[in-house]
Design a binder for this molecule. Structure first.
Ligand SMILES: C[S@@+](CC[C@H](N)C(=O)[O-])C[C@H]1O[C@@H](n2cnc3c(N)ncnc32)[C@H](O)[C@@H]1O
Length: 435
């Protein structure tokens, strides 16, 4: 059933590394593991589900990313029951199999395909999945484990027309070579959950890297981590458009561990190519003002502080996703479900993340009045030549002045606001005099 056919040229993976050999992957994995990961096999539990990590790549800090994936799977199961064949999930880079197991045990998946190119993890993944019954009450197999390059698996789904309701691609480094095949493996209306840990292309210090991976020339700005998410979304939009689809971001999550960029995308048919949220973001190094530009406005990029004149102080990144990072209604559904399951708060013993706090922050960030980017308190302090104002006081002052303002889930010491930088600095001075 899972014999893989040849790959269609449209979906060809990375030309130099179409199906990385286990040897190559083992080398990468070992190098990384020595630096940051669980050194030896351990028994773990996440939200009550137990599993072993063996010598697979496993990061405890990614538990929140797994929680968000499981909540999404369950919402999909509830809203459409996964269509006729139940909810089918493809975990294309399963590591020790924890996600696949959690999709089955908690996300309501009826079938999970767990794949990882590292063949040595097979006994471990099988043992972890064996914690769940292998057959459904109807006698259908509930999971299968394979060891191929992710692109080969994703392309094969497309070629055999066996689409999945949720495809999870949890890669190391850039995910850009999996975007097109990942989109092609998802059912229309289904979800693609992608991860990138490529800080090199998002930070703006290596614009050629970001250009190579995502087709976006990215420059350093104080809100680079949000730019990283927007670059990933922009890359996904472009890859989707190339094969006749469109994507809607349901949530975009950045975690400073690693760093990790994760986005959950809903894939739909692209009737007419909609590039209204695909453009450019400028940042003026002189005054700190940021602005979004569409393709039609490319010739007009300048900063109000330069009276519309072209200036080298204005750096431009793009093309990127310039639309909303999240869907607020979807996040509210996730929060309701997390509360229902008792996942909204930590258990006080250091287990789990405060999902209520995280999801509420993301809901606030979804305010359509808020522009791209955020302003770090350090930037306000250095521009105003004062100590950083307290974040809560600044947000309250901005709101009293009629601006939209909230915290950012990406940077704990930053404010997202539609207030121009100059007025932010005046408010920061006023706060200082009040104290
Ligand atoms: C970030 S880890 C996955 C972690 C796992 N999803 C979890 O939540 O614990 C990435 C995994 O992808 C595997 N891998 C790397 N390149 C791959 C490729 N091209 N195709 C399939 N698997 C790959 C590695 O062996 C590694 O186990």
């Amino acid at each position: 059933m899972f014999a893989l056919s040849s790959v269609h040229p449209i979906l060809l993976p990375h030309p130099l590394n179409p199906n990385p050999s286990p040897r190559r992957i083992r080398r990468t994995r070992t190098r990384t593991r020595r630096r940051t990961l669980t050194p030896t096999s351990s028994r773990e539990a996440e939200r009550g589900v137990e599993f072993e990590t063996g010598d697979s790549f496993f990061r405890r800090e990614s538990a929140v990313g797994r929680d968000l994936g499981v909540l999404s799977a369950s919402l999909l199961r509830r809203c459409c029951g996964g269509g006729g064949g139940g909810l089918r999930v493809l975990d294309a880079m399963c590591g020790c199999g924890v996600r696949a197991l959690r999709y089955l045990a908690q996300g309501g998946a009826d079938f999970v395909w767990a794949n990882d190119a590292f063949e040595g993890s097979r006994p471990l993944v099988l043992a972890n999945l064996a914690r769940e019954p292998r057959f459904s009450t109807l006698g259908e197999r509930r999971w299968v484990v394979t060891h191929f390059g992710a692109n080969r698996v994703l392309a094969d789904c497309y070629l055999r027309r066996e689409f999945f309701d949720l495809v999870d691609v949890d890669s190391f480094g850039s995910d850009s070579s999996f975007l097109r095949s990942g989109i092609a493996a998802v059912k229309i209306g289904g979800l693609l959950y992608v991860t990138s840990t490529c800080g090199r292309s998002s930070g703006g210090h290596r614009p050629r890297c970001s250009l190579a991976s995502y087709g976006a020339y990215v420059r350093p700005v104080p809100y680079s981590n949000e730019i990283g998410l927007r670059m990933l979304l922009g890359g996904a939009l472009r890859e989707a458009a190339a094969v006749g689809f469109q994507i809607t971001p349901l949530f975009s999550y950045y975690s400073y561990h690693a760093p990790v960029f994760r986005v959950m995308l809903q894939v739909s048919r692209g009737k007419d190519h909609d590039f209204s949220h695909y453009g450019f973001i400028s940042y003026c190094k002189l005054c700190g003002h940021s602005q979004t530009y569409s393709w039609d406005e490319l010739g007009q990029i300048s900063c109000p502080c330069r009276n519309g004149e072209v200036s080298s102080s204005v750096v431009v990144s793009g093309p990127l996703w310039t639309g909303p990072l999240h869907d607020a209604a979807y996040l509210s559904d996730m929060l309701r479900l997390a509360t229902e399951w008792g996942w909204a708060y930590t258990d006080g013993k250091g287990n789990g993340v405060d999902l209520e706090k995280l999801l509420n922050l993301m809901i606030e960030e979804s305010d359509p009045l808020l522009p791209s980017g955020y302003i770090k308190l350090d930037e306000i302090a250095s521009r105003a030549r004062i100590n950083s104002p307290p974040l809560a006081t600044l947000i309250n002052s901005l709101r009293r002045e009629g601006y939209a303002a909230c915290r950012s889930h990406i940077a704990p010491n930053a404010v997202k606001t539609n207030c121009p930088m100059a007025s932010c600095l005046e408010l920061a001075h006023a706060i200082r005099h009040q104290r």
